[in-house]
Design a protein around this ligand. Structure first.
Ligand SMILES: Nc1ncnc2c1ncn2[C@@H]1O[C@H](COP(=O)(O)OP(=O)(O)OP(=O)(O)O)[C@@H](O)[C@H]1O
Ligand SMILES: [Mg+2]
Length: 376
């Protein structure tokens, strides 16, 4: 062999190693391209939309979108075994259901409503003796002595409706009875139910009642009931339909549980005049309890309750109570706090009668301004 042959062999060998190296590199780059393409697809693809399965009809499904619209759509092949109530992902274009994400998802209701065991005593409520008696009869007695009702053979009411002006102690009464019966107190605000949980109000209502049964004895306290239970002439917009649906669910739940199920409902409203009579029909919240502005005697009691811890000079509480006639309990409390501030501003630790009188004037003025802002 000549040295030339050797040289050629060397070159050929060099090329063939280069070739396998390049082939290897090519493979690696191909893989990288594929990966990047996948990434790109992921970032530029249209997102899937999450919706709730309402019904299965033959090989199609009725889904409800978050905006409450419902569509009958197809089901992709690799998505089987779905049930009404499931949450699924659907393509945006034709809403074909492609994936199930949660089975019969149960709301984390406890995140959305206040659940507590309140500590509120009857003696901390001024006046309202008649209302206290009524609540004890309708709520406390059946929860504490259900046997009494079975023996006599009557069904206690499922709940009651507290109505009256703001700040008069309605929430206090509800909390006090939850305390005295050691019940779970589940607080729901009507307006929130329909504004915060658009499209989910009815579902939430259902689950609130489930939660109440689980945690019985319990009291479901629905504040601002008028926000979901007002009479409506038309249900045109989707918002109104949603409120209507939530209200229907509430009625269904009230009708659904037994009077002695250890769950009681207390509804609350400032606007009994606009309530749908369906809610107060016999068998529902058929006991109405009015909570009015305190009488002079009650003003005195409320004043006493809120000044119990206060360090005061000599005052004529009768006179003070007289000047506060027409105030709600909340305003009386606010006048007491205000009076304390007058003392603080003058570097005193004892509150004088004059402080109260000034504070009362201030609270009354504030109400005047608010009234004018509201009604012109
Ligand atoms: N009868 C009362 N006795 C003692 N305090 C009272 C009384 N009524 C109201 N208050 C005071 O006013 C505050 C507000 O009262 P509460 O929340 O019960 O009013 P409400 O009737 O539920 O009002 P709203 O209709 O605005 O919800 C209470 O926390 C309490 O300090
Ligand atoms: Mg209240």
């Amino acid at each position: 062999m000549t040295s030339k042959d050797d040289e050629i062999k060397k070159i050929v060998y060099g090329y063939s190693t280069d070739q396998s190296y390049l082939e290897e590199e090519n493979r690696a780059l191909q893989e990288r391209i594929l990966h990047l393409e996948q990434q790109l697809n992921k970032f530029t693809g249209t997102p899937l939309i999450s919706c709730e399965v309402k019904e299965l009809l033959d090989d199609k499904v009725l889904v409800r979108l978050p905006n409450s619209n419902e569509f009958l759509v197809d089901l992709s092949q690799d998505c089987s075994k779905i049930e009404p109530g499931d949450t699924v992902l659907a393509e945006q274009k034709n809403l074909t259901v492609v994936k199930k994400i949660q089975k019969n998802k149960r709301f984390d209701v406890e995140k959305f409503v206040i659940v507590e065991k309140p500590n509120m005593k009857w003696k901390d409520i001024g006046g309202l003796k008649e209302q206290e008696r009524e609540i004890k009869e309708v709520i406390e007695l059946p929860l504490m002595k259900p046997k009494l009702f079975t023996k006599v053979g009557i069904n206690p009411p499922k709940g009651l409706l507290l109505h009256g002006p703001p700040g008069t102690g309605k929430t206090l009464l509800a909390k006090a009875v939850a305390s005295s019966t050691n019940s779970t107190f589940i607080e729901v605000v009507g307006s929130e139910l329909v504004q915060k949980f658009i499209g989910e109000g009815a579902k939430l209502v259902k689950e609130i009642f489930e939660l109440a049964r689980e945690k019985a004895p319990s009291i479901i306290f629905i504040d601002e009931l008028d926000a979901i239970a007002a009479t409506r002439m038309d249900v045109g917009t989707s918002g109104e339909r949603e409120v209507q649906r939530t209200f229907m669910q509430l009625l269904a739940e009230i009708d659904g549980f037994k009077p002695l199920d250890n769950v009681k409902i207390i509804g609350c409203t400032n606007r009994i005049d606009i309530l749908d009579p369906a809610i107060t029909r016999p068998g529902r919240l058929d006991r109405l309890t009015g909570v009015e502005l305190p009488t002079e005697e009650a003003v005195k009691e409320i004043f006493k309750i809120h000044t119990l811890q206060m360090s005061m000079g000599k005052i004529n509480s009768k006179n003070i109570a007289k000047t506060m006639l027409g105030f709600s309990g909340a305003q009386i409390k606010s006048a007491v706090t205000e009076a304390g501030y007058f003392a603080i501003r003058e570097n005193r630790t004892k509150v004088k009668e004059e402080d109260f009188l000034q504070a009362i004037e201030k609270v009354a003025e504030k109400e005047d301004i608010e009234y004018k802002e509201m009604f012109g």
